[in-house]
Write a protein that binds this ligand. Structure first.
Ligand code: NAP
Length: 251
C-alpha cells in the first residue's frame, strides 16, 4: 500500500505538546501536512516541537487552548484558519487520566475527565465540520483507549469517557460519510508516555507488561503511524472503525 501523502492539508492535533500527540504531529508533518499544534500548560515542549519542525522547513503553528472550553476551541480554530487555513485533518488526542475507585471520585474529577476526553472532541469536531463539509473532504481521528473497549477497574470514569468517544466516533462516521468525511478512532494499549508513568508504579508497569502478548509497552511512533494512515486520502472507505494499537492485548 502506498504512503498516504498529507500535502496541502492543514492538520490540527490537540494535546500535541507531549506524548502521543507530539508523536502524531511529527509523523503528520513528515508526510507533508501543515501542522497546528495545540497545547495547554506545556508551552516549552510545544515550542520545542515547533522549533524542530521549522528547522526542517515544515509550516507549523502552536496554539494554546483548553479543549474542554467552547470559547478556547473557537479561538483556536479562528487562529489556525487565519494563519494557516481551514482544518481538514483533525486529531482529537488531548486527554487526561484518572485512577480512583468510583466511590472516591468527586464530581469535579468526573467533570475534568469527561470535559477533556469527551466534550473536547465534541467541541473540536463541531467546529471543524462546516469547513470540511464545504471542502467535501475531511479526516477526523479520535484517540480513545482500549479501556473504552473493555472495562477498567479503578479507571471507570476514564473508561466511560473513552467508551463515549468511541460511540461518538461511530455516530459521526455515519453522519458525515455522505460528505466525504471519515471519522475513525485509535484505541492504544499501554504506551510509554508521561501519562502511564504518572499512573503506575514500577511494579504495576511490570505486571501490565506481562499481560501484553507482545511482551512490551507500546511506542508513541506505533500509535502515530496508525493515525497518519487514517489521515491519508487513500483511506476514504475506512469509516467508523477502531484500530487497537495494543500489542494484541484485546485479541
Ligand atoms: P500525556 O503524555 O499525559 O499528554 C497529554 C497531552 O494532552 C498533553 O499534551 C497535554 O497538554 C494535553 N492536554 C491535557 N488536557 C488538555 C486540555 N484540556 N486542553 C488541551 N490539551 C490538553 O498523555 P499521552 O499518554 O500522550 O495520551 C494522549 C492520548 O492518548 C490521551 O487521550 C490518552 O487518553 C490516550 N491514551 C494514552 C495511553 C497511554 O498508555 N499513554 C493509552 C491509551 C490511550 P499540556 O501538557 O500542554 O497541558
Amino acid at each position: 500500500m502506498g504512503e498516504p501523502g498529507l500535502k496541502g492539508n492543514v492538520c490540527l492535533v490537540t494535546g500535541a505538546s507531549r506524548g502521543i500527540g507530539n508523536g502524531i504531529a511529527r509523523a503528520a508533518a513528515m508526510k507533508g501536512a501543515q501542522l497546528a499544534v495545540n497545547y495547554l500548560y506545556s508551552e516549552q515542549a510545544a515550542l520545542k516541537l515547533i522549533e524542530d519542525l521549522k528547522k526542517i522547513g515544515i509550516p507549523v503553528l502552536a496554539v494554546k487552548a483548553d479543549v474542554s472550553k467552547e470559547e478556547d476551541v473557537d479561538m483556536m480554530f479562528n487562529q489556525v484558519e487565519r494563519e494557516m487555513g481551514k482544518v481538514s485533518l483533525l486529531v482529537n488526542n488531548a486527554g487526561v487520566s484518572l485512577r480512583a475507585l468510583l466511590p472516591d471520585t468527586s464530581v469535579e474529577q468526573w467533570d475534568k475527565v469527561i470535559d477533556t476526553n469527551l466534550k473536547g472532541p465534541f467541541l473540536c469536531i463541531r467546529r471543524a465540520i462546516p469547513n470540511m463539509l464545504g471542502q467535501r473532504f475531511g479526516r477526523i481521528v479520535n484517540i480513545a483507549s482500549i479501556w473504552g473497549l473493555k472495562g477498567a477497574s479503578c479507571e471507570a470514569v476514564y473508561s466511560a469517557s473513552k467508551g463515549g468517544l468511541l460511540a461518538l466516533t461511530r455516530s459521526m462516521a455515519r453522519e458525515l460519510a455522505p460528505s466525504g468525511i471519515t471519522v475513525n478512532a485509535i484505541a492504544p494499549g499501554p504506551i510509554a508516555t508521561d501519562m502511564l508513568q504518572q499512573e503506575l508504579n514500577e511494579e504495576e508497569r511490570t505486571w501490565l507488561t506481562e499481560q501484553i502478548p507482545a511482551g512490551r509497552l507500546g511506542r508513541i511512533e506505533e500509535v502515530a503511524a496508525a493515525c497518519v494512515y487514517l489521515l491519508g486520502k487513500e483511506t476514504s472507505y475506512i469509516n467508523g472503525q477502531v484500530i487497537a494499537v495494543d500489542g494484541g492485548w484485546t485479541v
